[in-house]
Design a protein around this ligand. Structure first.
Ligand SMILES: Nc1ncnc2c1ncn2[C@@H]1O[C@H](COP(=O)(O)OP(=O)(O)OP(=O)(O)O)[C@@H](O)[C@H]1O
Ligand SMILES: [Mg+2]
Length: 394
């Protein structure tokens, strides 16, 4: 499953945004406050809304008034298009969500899942809810049936601030709702904090690196014990990229904790994670994240460049690309020209504020940038030279 397009209305700095033909690896750059984190937060918002309800997701972000674009009234709209195989055929499915406030309370004004049943005709609504009630089609795979043969399940939700895909998405028969719910639930944002990953961890069990990376030692131990070949690949890459590192291990301590140990080939005793460099921890964490045997379908990574040696960034970008090619989709935010030097115009977007709201440009849509790239220029250099500006570059 892959996100093809994102349409936003009145979602914070995105008063009106449409991104089409999204690639499996996309890099977003732009000044501080231009909206990179906000773009990723669209998925965080949906994920929070799925776990609880839209009221909770809004409250976490300061409430409806903080989330709706400043100076605007009406509803907040999020629309995502994704490709999905249903009944042995790939469909372009649209999820549409509109949120408004009624008597001071946020409600789902409209929630729709739609896709075309054949190559002609208009998209069919397989799920359509408004203010807590609506219907979903429970025999989606029976495409050849006439409209009247499709089973319409009329449903009432517990409250108008609950997403229909939260409940119905639990059932296998609601194909698109189920797939979309699980995609959003398995979304992951990596905003890695080195200080959180250094200390030893209470003994436990973790298969996936957490958002901030504080369970790094546990995940390393899990990988070592259950996926030794992958762990060895990670180790091989560490050795090649961080001078002096010959081995990494996650070991139990006497007081029942797990600590990461980094062996420098020049010394007998290893260094525990508290005493190795920031970049060493960070590179190890990214390699663990990107070699997850059960990868996230959609990964957002915030500013991976901090603390890393600039020469390693193009390689790290290649790791993101490999992860994306293995079936995941990866969005990266970055301020680093060195990282962008490894990117193609199709993968590169930049954000600019226009009259307070954010617009997003794609490097491949600018002929001059494309021509310079094709002639051998790297995007990071072009960015530094001021080509990534408003509507028309320079
Ligand atoms: N309701 C809103 N309406 C309009 N703009 C908003 C709203 N809420 C927040 N903003 C603006 O959106 C921007 C959020 O920026 P965000 O944190 O996404 O930027 P960023 O590109 O991640 O920056 P950095 O590089 O510093 O991490 C800020 O400029 C903030 O003022
Ligand atoms: Mg940010």
């Amino acid at each position: 499953m892959k996100i093809e397009s994102i349409k936003l209305k009145n979602f914070k700095a995105f008063q009106c945004l449409e991104l089409k033909d999204l690639p499996s690896l996309a890099i977003f750059t732009g000044a501080n406050g231009s909206g990179k984190t906000t773009l990723f937060d669209v998925f965080g918002f949906l994920s929070d809304a799925l776990k609880n309800n839209i009221r909770h997701a809004l409250q976490k972000r300061g409430g409806f008034k903080e989330v709706i674009s400043r100076g605007q009234s009406g509803s907040i709209e999020i629309e995502l298009q994704f490709r999905l195989e249903i009944a042995n055929k790939e469909r372009l499915v649209t999820y549409h969500l509109e949120i408004e406030e009624e008597n001071g309370k946020p409600i789902v004004k409209r929630e729709i899942l739609r896709y075309k049943r054949s190559s002609y005709g208009s998209p069919y609504h397989f799920l359509d809810f408004s203010k807590g009630s609506g219907y979903a089609i429970s025999n989606e795979e029976d495409f050849d049936k006439e409209d009247e043969d499709l089973n319409r399940d009329d449903q009432k939700l517990g409250s108008p601030d609950i997403l229909a895909i939260k409940g119905l998405g639990q059932f296998d028969k609601f194909k698109a709702a189920n797939a979309f719910r699980s995609f959003i639930e398995n979304w992951h944002v990596s905003d890695f904090h080195i200080a959180d990953a250094r200390p030893s961890q209470e003994t436990g069990y973790a298969e996936h690196l957490s958002t901030t990376g504080e369970n790094l030692a546990l995940v390393a131990q899990y990988m070592y014990e259950n996926h030794r070949d992958i762990f060895d690949t990670v180790l091989g890459k560490m050795k090649a990229r961080v001078p002096g590192i010959s081995s990494v291990s996650a070991e139990p301590t006497l007081d029942g904790r797990i600590v990461l140990r980094f062996q420098d080939g020049s010394f007998k005793d290893p260094f525990i994670a508290n005493f190795v460099s920031d970049g060493t921890i960070k590179m190890f964490a990214y390699l663990i994240l990107l070699h997850d045997p059960n990868p996230h379908p959609f990964l957002c990574i915030e500013e991976p460049e901090n603390q890393l040696y600039p020469m390693l960034l193009a390689e790290l970008l290649e790791e993101f690309r490999l992860y994306a090619n293995r079936g995941g989709q990866v969005f990266v935010s970055s301020h680093s020209p060195d990282l962008l030097n490894g990117a193609t115009p199709e993968e590169t977007y930049w954000l600019v504020k226009e009259k307070g709201y954010t617009k997003i440009k794609r490097a491949s849509e600018h002929d001059e940038i494309k021509a310079l790239f094709n002639a051998g220029d790297q995007l990071g250099y072009l960015w530094k030279q001021g080509y990534f500006t408003g509507n028309t570059p320079r």
